[in-house]
Design a protein around this ligand. Structure first.
Ligand SMILES: [Zn+2]
Length: 374
């Protein structure tokens, strides 16, 4: 395994403890650990060490760098066993599920972190390509994003409980290392729901992502990358930049209510789903309408509106179109809680995806749909 080209992590991030994984490093744990710490590489349990099966068919190695990281939760129980052995067992269970039940050639994700903060390689070659820093193995973790992203699964279900500190700490270390190796800007760190209609990585873990971006940006600034490329992003500027808050699509599901729901219902009507009510309440009938929409667009049927359905629903609006989409824009403009002076003016230019996201985000710093071509 090549150790060339490794960066040293920022001193600001403690490597989850010198005790990471000693029981799992086969040959000479002390030496290997020392090597890893010297290079800044987080201790990662590779496929051979957790007893992975061989892939059932050849994997695809892409000879360019991924442009983003996508964070997931495994949606498995928040178990108490946080040991390295439990990590190995989980890695095997996930691989068996992905190969036997989903018919994938290997594990879907690139990396896995357990609730104790221990990190494992997912799909074969993920670690070796990461250490090389110029290629990566195509995973199966996020529809339409597998050929441009690194997928990190985090053990547990974070719908309404926070992930343990050990996990969050290792996730920050891992993201910092991946960003450093592939020159990924710290703001290119996303949750699964940003691209697909899913609750993954859970509301609680998803809510931590902006803090994670800032932490990773700071760590990269503090890092002593030996030869920064002239095209590398200016992480220092990034760390204090509003750029760390990326525009996002809100996740809507049963139980939600309000202007965003009404706008979505209006857009569903516009998308040719007439049965949807226009009451701003996401109930069973609205979920059924979403299923119909997802079926029509060959999206996984989840009944939720997330990063999968939004880009197809929120079509470009030209002022004066007068259709359902423009109606939806006005629903959102009316609901903007801003003071009158800051209230966005009705659109005078095309509303594209970014403008839609700003309109849908009640906390967006500047809602100026009229001047932005998303
Ligand atoms: Zn996911």
């Amino acid at each position: 395994m090549s150790r060339r080209g490794l960066i040293t992590l920022a001193g600001g991030i403690a490597l989850g403890g010198a005790s990471l994984l000693p029981g799992l490093l086969a040959d000479d744990p002390i030496r290997e650990l020392a090597e890893q710490q010297a290079t800044g590489e987080p201790p990662i349990l590779d496929c051979a060490r957790w007893g992975a099966r061989a892939p059932s068919s050849p994997l695809t190695v892409l000879n360019y760098r991924p442009s983003k990281i996508i964070v997931h939760h495994t949606a498995s129980p928040n178990q108490d066993d946080t040991s390295p052995e439990a990590l190995a067992a989980l890695a095997r269970a996930i691989q068996n599920d992905h190969m036997d039940n989903r018919d994938w050639p290997d594990t879907g994700q690139n990396f896995l972190i357990n609730r104790g903060g221990y990190i494992a390689e997912g799909r074969h070659e993920s670690l070796q390509t990461l250490l090389g820093g110029t290629s990566f193995v195509e995973g199966a973790h996020c529809i339409d994003q597998n050929d441009n992203s690194i997928g990190i699964e985090n053990e547990g279900t974070y719908t309404d409980v926070s992930p343990p500190a050990a996990l969050v700490n290792s996730l920050a270390i891992m993201c910092t290392f991946v960003c450093g190796q592939y020159a990924i800007p710290a703001n290119q760190l996303y949750g699964h729901r940003d691209f697909n209609d899913t609750a993954c990585p859970g509301d609680e873990l998803y809510a931590l992502l902006s803090a994670l971006r800032a932490q990773v940006a700071q760590a990269l600034v503090g890092g002593s990358s030996p030869a920064p490329s002239p095209t590398a992003p200016d992480q220092r500027a990034l760390a204090s930049s509003p750029m760390l808050t990326v525009p996002y699509w809100p996740l809507l599901r049963i139980g939600d209510r309000g202007a965003a729901v009404l706008a979505a219902q209006t857009l569903l009507r516009g998308a040719g789903i007439p049965a949807v009510p226009l009451d701003g309440q996401f109930g069973r009938t609205t979920a059924d309408a979403v299923y119909a929409f997802q079926q029509k667009h060959r999206l996984p049927p989840t009944g939720m509106i997330g990063g999968g359905s939004w880009p197809l629903l929120a079509v470009p609006v030209h002022p004066g179109d007068g259709g359902y989409a423009e109606q939806a824009v006005h629903v959102l403009l009316r609901a903007t809680p801003a003071a009158p002076r800051a209230r966005p003016t009705p659109p005078t230019a095309t509303i594209g995806p970014t403008s839609w996201q700003r309109l849908l985000d009640p906390h967006a710093p500047t809602a100026q749909p009229a001047t932005q071509h998303g």
